[in-house]
Structures are given as C-alpha cells and as structure tokens.
Design a binder for this molecule. Structure first.
Ligand code: ZN
Length: 395
C-alpha cells in the first residue's frame, strides 16, 4: 500500500462498479455488441452446452431489456445475477466466441461469433468462463509511471535452476515467508507461507518431470523476501513466466475455490481490490515499509500497459483456468485483475495464483494434502505446456 502511494497510482479501484446499465444489445451477422451507459470494468462469457446458450456476465451492471436477435442467435434475455447483469443468447446453431474486447473506453463490449462443430462447441463449454477487461484489449496506454526496480549490482545470489538447458524458464514464487506468515486458518493455525512453499515444491517437481521447461523457486525455505525481490529474481534469471503462489482468505463466510490474477492498475472488482491491499501489505511489517527501506533503487520508465506482456499473462491465466478446472475447485470467474506489486515486472508474463481459501476448512484440507497439491501442480504443468507450445509455434 505504501509503495502504491509512493508511485502515485490507485491501489483500490475507483468506483467503476457504480450503477452502469446495459443500454443496448445487438447481434449482427458474426458479432454481438453490448453497449453500456457508463464504463464497465469486467465482463466474462461462457458457452453453456446444456442450454445451448452463450452467457455474458457484466459485473456491477444493471440489466436492460432483451435485445435484437439475428444470425445464429434466436433470442436474447437479460436478468440480474451474481452482482451484475446476465445476458443470455439462445443459439440456433452451435456457435462459440472468438475474439472479444471492450471499446469506447469500456462502454461497449464486442464478441465475435464463430460457427462451430458440436465437438468444438462442447470443448468451448468445458473451458469455462473467459474474462475481458478494457485494458487488455486494444486500449491505448493510459499511464506512464516511474517504477523502482532492484538494480542487479546489489542483488543477492540467484536460486538454482533445474531442468534441461535451452528450455523456457518458469519461476515459481511461494508467497509470504519468514516474518510474514500470510493468511492463517483461525481454527487449525495453518499458515499461508507454509502451504505456498509446499505447493511451489509440488509445481517445481511436476514441471521438471515434464521435461519441457526449466524451473527455479524464489525461495526454497522459510525466508522473508520483499515483493520487488521476488520478481527481481525472476527478471535477473530472464524468466519466461512468473507464477506467484498464494492462498485466499476471508474473515467470514464459506468462500471457496482457486482464481488467478493478472496485473491492472485498476482492480476488476471490490474483491480484487481487497486482495491487492492484503497481498501488497507483505512489504510492510510492523508498520515499516521494507520494500523501500534502504533500497538503492533506480527508476525506469515503464509502460504499465505494455500490451504484449499483459496479453501473454492473460493468455496463460486463461489456459490455467481451462486446465485446472477439471482438477481443482475454482471460482466461477477464474481470471481477475488487480494492482499487485509482485506482478509489476513490465517485460515478463506474470500471474498470481490464488490456489484456494485457507480460511475454508475443505479448501485448507485440499491445499494441505499431497493429493491436492499434486492436482494443482498438474494443472499448472498442463497449462505451461500448452502456453509454451503456442509461444514456440508463434515464433
Ligand atoms: Zn498471499
């Protein structure tokens, strides 16, 4: 939090969720265009195989009335659902969503429709929700900020790297550690810092066993690292992918399931903003901001919305959702965005993986079991294999 203030940007989302409404819904040939009367921060789409629908969930928005159906869409209906507007498109033929994104400063969401075979339709339904955010698609960079990064000259020794030389490098960051326990289960005393380390080991072992990537851990024991050191280590190793492992927590309630976060200077919803506040606090122990303490840092100008890195991060996040969903409990909207310090390397695709709720008894048991950790590691490994295969195919 102190760091965010230092940099002069908001950690908490402005009131983007305040009362936007769906203004119109149109279908023309191969696309759906949804317009809003105010900017929207977050939307998601789902192919529902059972009801042969495409569902669009718009967080924080009020539903409008129906819409004009055409082409592959037979009927459009709108309702209030899960903190936002749910728009259902009944399909005349199997159809999936291709490219999608916001325009008009978050006031319009466009989804391209593609005719699909029954098999493709079923596969798209399996993939679950896809999330869309105004910043990740085609937006002009909004801010340039000065960001402090650790200079390599004064940095400590680097961790060991395992795996075959020449393979892409994945750095796994076990969240918290040392004086910072992270979240604690109030009943069992299970600590986030211990769980994240064990999960990081499991992911490392599975990735190394796959033979496709090299792997390093930012920490291999119970030690404290400031957030900049974590992505600083990965940058110095020239990592191709950075995955920070955490466990979610809430004071009350039975929230459950995993989710993944990528960077945005504006949080995608209130929950994402709260998460950013909590995770960014890891640099502040006993009221002292260690992230900035005595840091002989240089400032470099970073284009925060570097589209390529953000899109790659979002691409991995989507793959992780697809691959993890059959293996572990996940939240309905898996991919979210937040201003998370640990994701702020500008040139390295980075995600923060909230593997489940340490505050939930069932999630906590799953996270603290060998079987649970193996399934998490399996999901990450499958996603990484597809991710790097695609990257190599694209080069
Ligand atoms: Zn955490």
């Amino acid at each position: 939090m102190a760091i965010a203030l230092l940099l002069g940007w908001p950690t908490v989302a402005p009131a983007a969720a305040a009362a936007a409404a769906v203004e119109s819904v149109r279908v023309a040939d191969d696309r759906i265009v949804i317009r809003f009367d105010a900017p929207i921060a977050d939307a998601a789409s789902l192919v529902a195989a059972g009801t042969r629908q495409i569902l669009v969930q718009v967080r924080g928005a009020l539903p409008g009335e129906g819409g004009r159906a055409a082409g592959p869409v037979r009927r459009i209906s709108q309702s209030r659902r899960d903190d936002g507007a749910r728009i259902a498109f009944d399909l005349a033929a199997p159809t999936v969503v291709g490219d999608a994104g916001f325009s008009e400063g978050g006031r319009a969401l466009e989804l391209k429709l593609q005719p699909a075979s029954e098999a493709t339709f079923a596969a798209a339904a399996e993939a679950g929700w896809s999330s869309y955010f105004p910043l990740s698609f085609g937006g002009r960079p909004r801010y340039k900020v000065a960001q402090a990064v650790p200079p390599s000259a004064r940095a400590g020794p680097l961790p060991r790297v395992e795996g075959e030389p020449g393979r892409p490098l994945v750095v796994i960051d076990a969240g918290h550690g040392g004086v910072d326990p992270g979240a604690i289960n109030a009943v069992t005393g299970l600590r986030e810092k211990d769980v994240t380390l064990k999960i990081a080991y499991a992911i490392r072992d599975a990735l190394v066993a796959s033979g496709r990537v090299r792997v390093a851990l930012t920490r291999e024991d119970d030690r404290y690292l400031v957030l900049r050191e974590r992505f600083g280590i990965a940058r110095r190793l020239h990592a191709d992918l950075f995955i920070s492992i955490h466990c979610d927590s809430v004071g009350q309630g039975d929230a459950t399931g995993a989710s993944v976060y990528t960077l945005s200077e504006v949080a995608s919803d209130k929950e994402a903003a709260r998460l950013a506040l909590r995770e960014n606090k890891a640099d502040i122990i006993d009221g002292v901001d260690l992230g900035g303490a005595g840091a002989d840092v240089r400032s470099i100008l970073i284009d925060l919305t570097q589209r390529e890195t953000m899109n790659q991060s979002a691409g991995f996040a989507r793959l992780l959702g697809r691959e993890a969903k059959p293996l572990i409990p996940v939240k309905p909207v898996f991919h979210r965005m937040a201003s998370l310090m640990v994701l702020k390397a500008p040139d390295m695709p980075s995600v923060l993986f909230e593997t489940g709720y340490i505050s939930n008894p069932e999630d906590a048991r799953f996270l603290d079991s060998d079987a649970g950790r193996e399934r998490i590691a399996e999901g990450v490994t499958r996603a990484a294999q597809v991710y790097f295969a695609r990257r190599m195919a694209a080069e």
